[in-house]
Design a protein. Structure first.
Ligand code: RP5
Length: 163
């Protein structure tokens, strides 16, 4: 039986996927079921609103939304869903992703978007895992093990440099 998705990974265009797939990879590592789709705020606004409005009722627990340029997707989704929304600024050819970052991060009070770094899709996936782990002891334990592994890797790098 396929598990119902707990996280929605959406993006403004399939051209965002090379950046956004790192979020899917992180969720895969923690065996979190997710769905992936293109839901453009500007090119398909009605579908975008419908996606946001239905997400909670369909059982999603968080949405990861990536977009580039005039990146309104994460904020607009956050305005129509009670779920936590994690925004990923996707860098485009010009402006080094600053346009995407500022479009996503400067939300008005009352409509939060948890914004990760430019192209920070892996952290978006890991943040979604942490959100789920707050209500799942087994998942929290996996996150603790993951963090211990990060510590070991960093420690080993220092050991090699000192040798
Ligand atoms: C944004 O426009 C998308 O999120 C994408 O980053 C950017 C360019 O889209 P395409 O022209 O490549 O489809 O809405």
């Amino acid at each position: 039986m396929t598990q119902s998705p707990l996280v929605g990974i959406v993006m403004g265009s399939d051209s965002d996927w090379p950046v956004m797939e790192a979020a899917a990879q992180a969720l895969d590592e923690f065996e979190i079921p997710y769905e992936v789709d293109v839901v453009s705020a500007h090119r398909m606004p009605r579908e975008m609103v419908a996606y946001g409005e239905r997400a909670h009722g369909r059982g999603l627990k968080a949405i990861i939304a990536g977009a580039g340029g005039a990146a309104h997707l994460p904020g607009m989704l956050a305005s129509v869903t009670p779920l936590p929304v994690i925004g990923v600024p996707v860098p485009l050819r010009y402006l080094d992703g600053m346009d995407s970052l500022l479009s996503i991060v400067q939300m008005p009070a009352g409509v939060p978007v948890a914004t990760v770094s430019v192209a920070g899709a892996r952290n978006a996936g890991l943040l979604a895992v942490r959100m789920l782990a707050a209500f799942d002891a087994e998942l929290a334990e996996k996150m603790v093990e993951f963090q211990a592994e990060l510590n070991s890797q960093a420690t080993e790098k220092g050991r090699k440099l000192r040798a």
